[in-house]
Write a protein that binds this ligand. Structure first.
Ligand code: NAD
Ligand code: DAU
Length: 358
């Protein structure tokens, strides 16, 4: 078994940041298995397109033949499972794909990994890891004064997206408990940074601001999220892979709770400084729209376990991370133009035309 890993969903937002960093740090060979849904984009991997240690395979995690063949051929020492349908609003409009990929797809992947792992030598079995990338949304919603989510918080998912992620977490847990497989799970808070698809709040606001379009705030904008720079999420994943205790789950977060309105104000202020409008502020484009059904009030991650046990801490503050992010979007308008053509237009029509102005 050489130093090869399989990454699923490595053409998406977090997966591509992970693969780019892994290869740029020379950490070994990556087999990158991605279906290239609307959210997957090979341009996210242009930084490593000539890297001999990167092999991209366009396939579904539920395609057992392909997965079995790749495992047999490359004998990876680890699988990191990023692949998922990830957008809450899409899960409300059309949950089917979420059930299919996040639950059924994960199940098929687990079955093939189980067959592969079971046939390994004892030493290789011991070294192997399956790291499942999950979310804080599985824990449900917090009141304003409730303590942040610990790993022991009960699962109370509220959207089809979070319910499907919770189901996949439970499958991963069961494969450890029942078959003794070496599983690790991470539950992370909201990420932001380069290659973030502009259906999500931060890149959508940057994109709409520059296009002179409304900046849609669901409800009154007081819902709270806990933001982490994507590079910090990737460093936490590397640390868990390296030193995480088998069968454990680790919460990952940046101790950075903010209301949506404060996030949008921050973005407008940065853009006002870097790309001023001829008249007024980007804040003038803020528009309140009908709330997301079942909108979770607040997420907050208690990241003390990973800090204490694995010595991980984020490198970026929200201020430094958002500066890098806004600068990246201003420098990568061609990327934005490419990913916002075609299917994106249809989604924006579906999601926002149905929302009345509040
Ligand atoms: P994303 O939507 O940007 O990317 C998902 C990737 O998975 C895409 O490249 C897509 O093509 C691929 N994919 C989808 N279905 C597939 C299938 N059936 N087979 C193979 N590939 C498939 O998502 P993201 O924001 O990068 O999130 C990655 C993971 O991290 C997800 O599991 C998500 O639940 C989790 N997560 C995301 C956040 C966040 O803030 N974005 C926070 C915590 C956890
Ligand atoms: O918490 C981790 C989760 O963060 C991940 O598991 C998900 O994959 C990821 O998409 C993200 O989910 P959210 O629903 O929190 O992210 P989103 O960017 O869609 O929304 C952030 C907040 O902003 C949320 O309260 C809804 C609000 N919002 C979002 C959009 C797209 C708006 O007010 N207007 C918008 O147009």
């Amino acid at each position: 078994m050489d130093n090869c890993i399989v990454v699923t969903g490595g053409a998406g937002f977090i997966g591509s940041n992970f693969v780019n960093a892994w290869l740029q740090q020379g950490l070994g060979k990556v087999i990158n298995l991605d279906k290239l849904t609307y959210a997957g984009n090979l341009e996210n991997l242009s930084e490593v397109q000539n890297d001999k240690n990167h092999l991209f395979v366009k396939a579904d995690i539920g395609d057992r033949e392909v997965v079995a063949r790749l495992l047999k051929q490359y004998q990876p020492r680890a699988i990191i499972n990023f692949a998922a349908e990830s957008h809450v609003d899409r899960s409300i409009h059309a949950p089917d794909a979420f059930i299919q990929t996040n639950i059924v797809g994960t199940f098929h992947l687990l079955e093939e990994v189980r067959a592969y792992w079971s046939a390994l030598t004892d030493a290789a079995k011991e070294d192997f890891r399956f790291l499942h990338i999950s979310t804080d949304e599985v824990y449900g919603s917090l009141s304003a004064s409730a303590p942040a989510f610990k790993e022991t918080h009960p699962y109370e998912p509220n959207s089809p997206y979070s319910a499907s992620k919770a189901a996949s977490d439970h499958l991963v847990r069961a494969y450890h408990h029942t078959y003794g497989m070496p599983m690790l799970t991470t539950n992370c808070s909201n990420n932001y940074g380069p290659y973030h698809f502009p259906e999500k709040l931060i890149p959508l606001v940057i994109h709409h601001a520059l296009e002179g379009k409304p900046l849609p705030i669901y409800g009154d904008g007081s819902n709270v999220r806990d933001w982490l720079y994507v590079g910090d999420h990737c460093s936490a994943i590397r640390r868990v892979l390296e030193a995480g205790k088998i069968g454990e789950t680790y919460n990952i977060g940046g101790w950075n709770e903010m209301s949506n309105l404060d996030v949008v104000y921050t973005l407008c202020d940065r853009l006002d400084a870097l790309r001023p409008k001829s008249k007024g502020s980007y804040r003038d484009q803020i528009t309140y729209v009908t709330d997301r059904p079942g909108h979770d009030r607040r997420y907050a991650i208690d990241a003390s376990k990973i800090e204490r046990e694995l010595g991980w801490k984020p490198a970026e503050t929200f201020e430094t991370g958002i500066q890098k992010t806004v600068a990246w979007y201003l420098d990568h308008q061609t990327w934005v133009d490419h990913v916002t053509s075609g299917e994106y237009q249809q989604w924006v029509g579906e999601n926002y035309q149905a929302r009345e102005k509040a």
